[in-house]
Design a protein around this ligand. Structure first.
Ligand SMILES: [Zn+2]
Length: 81
């Protein structure tokens, strides 16, 4: 897989990323598997991973301004990665 921006190789890695939910909520997902570009700051999230992210965001408390969740807390982690 290659970077859309610069064409460099994408490296599979695990990182923490913030996601916005609703008007004022931010959910930080920890240990999220992504593909990070070796050359620039671009990253790509696989469809299967994104589906799991959506599930986690849907289950998050919208009244909380900031919530931190672990992506790896799910039992299907090995299937998603
Ligand atoms: Zn790049």
């Amino acid at each position: 897989m290659k970077c859309h921006d610069c064409g460099a190789k994408l490296q599979k890695m695990v990182t923490d990323l913030p996601f916005k939910k609703g008007a004022g909520s931010i959910i930080i997902l920890k240990k999220l598997p992504v593909f990070q570009c070796e050359n620039c700051s671009q990253y790509l999230i696989e469809d299967a991973t994104m589906e799991r992210v959506d599930e986690l965001l849907n289950g998050a408390d919208e009244s909380a301004e900031l919530e931190i969740r672990s992506y790896t807390s799910s039992s299907d982690y090995s299937a998603a990665i």
